[in-house]
Design a protein around this ligand. Sequence first.
Ligand SMILES: CC(C)(COP(=O)(O)OP(=O)(O)OC[C@H]1O[C@@H](n2cnc3c(N)ncnc32)[C@H](O)[C@@H]1OP(=O)(O)O)[C@@H](O)C(=O)NCCC(=O)NCCS
Length: 268
Amino acid sequence: MNDFNIRQLKDPSSLRGIEKLQKEIWGFSDIAVVPDHLLIALSHISCGAAHVAYYGDKPVGFALSIITQRSASDKIIYSHMLGVVKEFRNRSIATNLKMAQKKYAQENNISKITWTFDPLMTAAARVCFGKLGVKVTGFYKNFYENLRDTLSSDSSTDRFMVEWDSNCSIEKACDLSSIPDCIKWDLLNPAISSDTLNSEAEEIVCSVPLNWHTLKTDNPESATTWRSFTGQVFEKLFASGYTPTDFVCDFENNKGQYLFKKTGQTQR
Ligand SMILES: CC(C)(COP(=O)(O)OP(=O)(O)OC[C@H]1O[C@@H](n2cnc3c(N)ncnc32)[C@H](O)[C@@H]1OP(=O)(O)O)[C@@H](O)C(=O)NCCC(=O)NCCS
């Protein structure tokens, strides 16, 4: 993170730059951008925060927190957006933005932060499981139904919902040896898939490609197949009481592995 610093923006003039930053990160059209007047309002009424990572004067990463209440005693942060400009990725900027968000939660006596991420966006999975240590609380098929941005517009917006304890201090280490020798579910082989579900295994590993984002442009048919299979499989796994508890990257073989454990947890 050398050369970078993270600021919580409060004044309207700096918040105005966030519309442009969102377009740079996600390639959003005007309709998909969270407008600056909403950011200004959230900040003004202390219902949210925009944390921005700067490289010198250049904004290069963004996290949006919205404070909300699930019940009278359960104040949480819903983290609506996290993104880093492409050329500045893999320098722990997203992880540091999450740390700033966590500090903001602690300062506001909020113990939980929740958000969603796309299971096929494996860099996000790596950050969530390997660098932050989140818990998954649910799987939602086509969560947004129709997202008008270039990352999602041509496919189902499937999402894992996660929860992060703002008081947890340990970053989880992630390594291949943490995956036990258990049943491997070949998602592109439906015959194996149904056998696997009937096996009542305690742990199931599901592999996904690490380059889904580029597959979408280079091989859209394969990308669509992955989306469809993972959607069906994850839905079945959650319905059968399995929850993903870890994610491991095997870059050499372009393979990410979700470890599902039978927790019997019901979706929240
Ligand atoms: C997801 C995203 C926010 C991560 O930002 P970042 O600043 O690169 O994140 P970090 O540098 O903190 O961590 C990235 C990790 O993912 C790993 N990674 C990079 N590409 C990967 C891939 N295709 N699959 C799996 N892991 C990958 C990196 O090696 C790094 O892990 P490491 O530090 O152990 O080496 C960024 O990729 C992004 O803006 N994506 C588009 C928006 C998005 O998908 N947002 C998701 C919100 S939850």
